[in-house]
Design a protein around this ligand. Structure first.
Ligand code: APR
Ligand code: PHB
Length: 400
């Protein structure tokens, strides 16, 4: 049996960021992750950081490689009817931008930072469970290397993603789940090809949505819409490129550069919120509490804003015994979460073709895109949400 102040379940962006924010405030934590370190680092995930997330990582002192290797984008393209339309994100938002830097790179940097602090981080923990959540000493149990462990905590942070154990440990009826499944998913590839555009291209095509992104000057990241349960083996590399080129090529001849596909997978799309993001002394953060479809590129960024709010509340509790910020945690996070949900839903439904759409829906989508790309007001609205609405609290209040 061991003790800690904050037990953190999950070493994704949410858990690792929280652990480091707590460290910077002199608060102890133990992070328990059920996967192996290499698995967590190699897993290909999202890649767009909002301005506020970049600022947060920099303020935390973990942004050195991000600043060197991250690709700052001052704009993006919306493509439809065979034409790309530029949205000048930075011009429209007073200089804010997004940075393309893989989630797995963020995770790698945060694991290195954690290890440098010598604070505990357990990988390959089996049979992870949480208990006594409504008591003042909630516990984490797990098995590692054949030994059972129990950690008694003041608080537990459930940062274990959508399929984790923390949310599922909350008694039935204590949470309200808001859930929406979409009738499509994304087939995504990583390809060894230099990006043929310096900025992202979101495409609405008669055959469905497609997205051009990248990871580095030599790696392109591309997606297109498929049915949600599409078997990936049904797609040869050649067929994938044919479909990408068909959807993305514009009338001026722009198209992605073809290269060797090094990774491919299909992801379903869903919007989900569990509220409140707390039960007793268990606080949910990141994907454990909410999922957005990837079209708005908000998942990782919401995880970052949640844990900033949680770190502020825990700091206030330990420094001055006040618990009002812990009590407000869920409400403060959910305001931002719901705005990001709305934005992600809008991007998704505007840019995808739905199997049950009517001819009216189709024309309305085209009008939506025509309005978006022709109105400075509409472009500004997209831009301020895409680069990220303001964090709900200041960095200073979280001890940065
Ligand atoms: N016990 C311990 N760890 C667990 C358990 C468990 N029972 N279940 C899951 N985990 C781990 C996962 O292996 C993963 O490393 O919790 C971590 C959760 O990380 P993420 O799923 O990345 O979630 P989060 O940290 O909230 O980050 C949100 O994830 O889905 C993406 O695009 C989304 O960028 C967003 C980000
Ligand atoms: C990515 O680069 O993986 C990416 C970019 C934008 C999105 C989703 C994913 O909306």
């Amino acid at each position: 049996m061991s003790t800690t102040q904050v037990g953190i379940v999950g070493a994704g962006p949410a858990g690792l960021l929280l652990g480091h924010l707590l460290h910077l405030n002199g608060i102890d934590s133990v992070i328990v992750e059920n996967r192996a370190r290499d698995y967590v680092i190699d897993r290909v995930r999202a890649g767009v950081l909002e301005q506020g997330t970049v600022d947060l990582l920099m303020a935390m002192g973990v942004g050195e490689r991000l600043q060197r290797e991250g690709l700052r984008h001052d704009g993006l393209y919306i493509s439809f009817g065979g034409e790309r339309h530029h949205i000048a994100l930075a011009d429209l938002t007073g200089g804010k931008a997004i940075t393309v830097y893989g989630q797995n790179e963020v995770v790698k940097d945060l694991i290195d930072a954690r290890i440098a602090t010598s604070r505990p981080l357990h990988f390959e923990a089996e049979h992870v469970s949480v208990g006594a959540l409504d008591s003042s000493r909630p516990t984490i149990h797990f098995r590692q290397g054949g030994t059972d462990h129990e950690i008694r905590c003041d608080f537990i942070a459930g940062c274990d993603g959508f399929h984790g154990v923390c949310r599922q440990s909350i008694p039935d009826g204590a949470l309200t789940n808001y859930d929406r499944l979409y009738p499509f998913g994304w087939l995504g590839i990583l390809a060894g090809a230099p990006p043929s555009s310096a900025e992202l291209v979101y495409t609405y095509h008669d055959r469905g949505f497609a997205l051009f992104s990248m990871r580095s000057p030599t790696i392109t990241r591309l997606y297109f819409q498929v049915p949600p349960d599409e078997p990936i083996d049904q797609w040869t590399d050649e067929a994938i490129w044919d479909e990408m080129l068909m959807r993305m090529t514009t009338r001026d001849g722009w198209k992605p550069q073809v290269g060797r596909i090094v990774q491919k997978s299909v992801t379903p799309m869903r919007s989900f919120v569990a509220a409140p993001m707390r039960y007793g002394r268990l606080f949910l953060a990141g994907d454990a509490a909410h999922i957005v479809p990837p079209t708005g590129a908000k998942g990782l960024n919401l995880a970052a804003s949640d844990v900033l709010v949680l770190a502020r509340a825990l700091k206030a509790f330990y420094e001055s015994g006040r618990s009002d910020w812990l009590d407000e945690y869920s409400a403060v996070c959910l305001r931002r979460v719901w705005k990001a949900q709305r934005f992600s839903w809008w991007m998704t439904t505007t840019l995808h073709r739905s199997p049950d759409e009517t001819a009216f829906d189709h024309q309305r989508q085209i009008a939506d895109l025509d309005y978006l790309t022709g109105s400075r007001a509409a472009m500004t609205s997209l831009a301020e949400q895409y680069v990220g609405l303001p964090m709900e609290i200041s960095f200073e209040s979280a001890g940065l």
